[in-house]
Ligand binder design. Structure first.
Ligand code: NI
Length: 174
């Protein structure tokens, strides 16, 4: 397994639509392992392949609170089939938007189908933090970031801050 570099907004790749997977094979499992390790190390509770620069419809998630009881979820070609009318609000962050958080309202429950780590078709009903996390990650596959739900003013402010941060980081690296 290897840690991959996480793309930071502003980054045009983060705005692209990811492509469906034809087949889950060992190469793809290796990518999923890398994504999981990268997510744990960050640390974060969800990561989409595009965040490590790969335009494929793959997500890794682990919302378990206990670090000793890991419970990873691998979602290939996830498709949300139901969104509840009832909503919930969480303060969301994103590994591609470091240090930025905002309250986002989303459907409180969702159902989806996906292909798992072994290539099996599965269905899942989610609520609470998992439902929010799944919707946030599926958004990534369609080039959507949580800041897109904010007012134009707030969004512009966040992107400005990130642009400044990025320049500073690059200066340190050089
Ligand atoms: Ni994110």
């Amino acid at each position: 397994m290897a840690i991959r570099k996480i793309l930071i907004e502003p980054e045009p790749l983060l705005r692209k639509k990811s492509e469906s997977i034809e087949k889950v094979d060992d190469d793809l499992r290796k990518l999923m392992d890398d994504m999981l390790e990268t997510m744990y190390q960050a640390p974060g509770i969800g990561l989409a392949a595009i965040q490590v620069g790969i335009l494929k419809r793959i997500i890794v998630i682990d919302v378990s609170k206990d670090v000793n009881k890991k419970n990873p979820l691998f979602l290939v070609n996830p498709k949300i089939t139901f969104r509840s009318v009832k909503t919930s609000t969480y303060e969301e962050g994103c590994l591609s938007l470091p240090g930025q958080f905002a309250e986002i309202e989303r459907p409180a429950e969702c159902s989806l189908n996906y292909i798992d780590y072994k290539g099996k078709y599965r269905e899942l009903k989610a609520d609470g933090l998992l439902a929010t996390c799944i919707q946030h990650e599926v958004d990534h596959l369609d080039g959507i970031l949580f800041i897109d739900y904010l007012s134009k003013l707030k969004k512009t402010m966040i992107i400005k801050k990130l642009t400044k941060q990025k320049k500073t980081l690059e200066r340190i690296v050089v």
